[in-house]
Design a protein. Structure first.
Length: 188
């Protein structure tokens, strides 16, 4: 059991792609970052919240970035890399890790919003060298069991999916906004 108190200085580091794809693939929905942030930070002092996001070729992310900013989350963006063979790469792991290590001396707790097992060495380093409490927030079903095990605390977003998820419909497909029934339009 970890202790969370109002004087703790908290930094939140969000692997946005990881949470987005987990929510989409498991539930066909999007993450409600406002609610997740409220519960992850609680009544502690939020020092900084950073979301690491990839800009796609279409550039549709503007509304998403604005929504994150509205709830006090800074965004760090990186362009999607497209290679000659058509393969694509989008990765912020090193950037997130460097920022967490850099900010750790100013924090008492670090919240990693990811289920990616690639962050296990980061968790181990932060615990051993900076003494911060490391908490992981993600969906248990799509998270590394070892990451959950090494973290000081784990918040499973699946436990209250109605609170932490919004939008779309089933199986990751966006529902039609309107479908025709006879001659009337009906919202779905």
């Amino acid at each position: 059991m970890i202790i969370k108190h109002k004087n703790q200085r908290v930094g939140v580091f969000i692997d946005a792609q990881n949470l987005y794809h987990s929510a989409k693939n498991l539930y066909g929905k999007r993450v409600n970052f406002n609610e997740v942030m409220k519960d992850a930070v609680g009544d502690r002092q939020l020092i900084r919240a950073l979301a690491y996001v990839i800009t796609s070729e279409s550039g549709e992310e503007g509304k998403f970035f604005d929504a994150l900013t509205k709830v006090g989350i800074e965004t760090k963006t990186k362009d999607l890399q497209v290679f000659i063979d058509g393969s694509k790469k989008a990765d912020w792991d090193v950037g997130l890790a460097v920022d967490a290590i850099t900010l750790a001396p100013k924090l008492d707790a670090i919240v990693l919003m990811t289920g990616d097992g690639d962050f296990i060495p980061l968790v181990n380093y932060l615990q051993a060298h900076s003494g911060v409490q490391v908490e992981v927030v993600s969906f248990e079903r799509s998270s590394s069991a070892r990451l959950i095990e090494v973290a000081d605390d784990f918040m499973d977003l699946s436990k209250d999916s109605n609170k932490y998820l919004i939008g779309w419909g089933h199986n990751g497909r966006r529902p039609n906004r309107r479908s025709r029934v006879g001659s009337k339009k009906v919202s779905t």
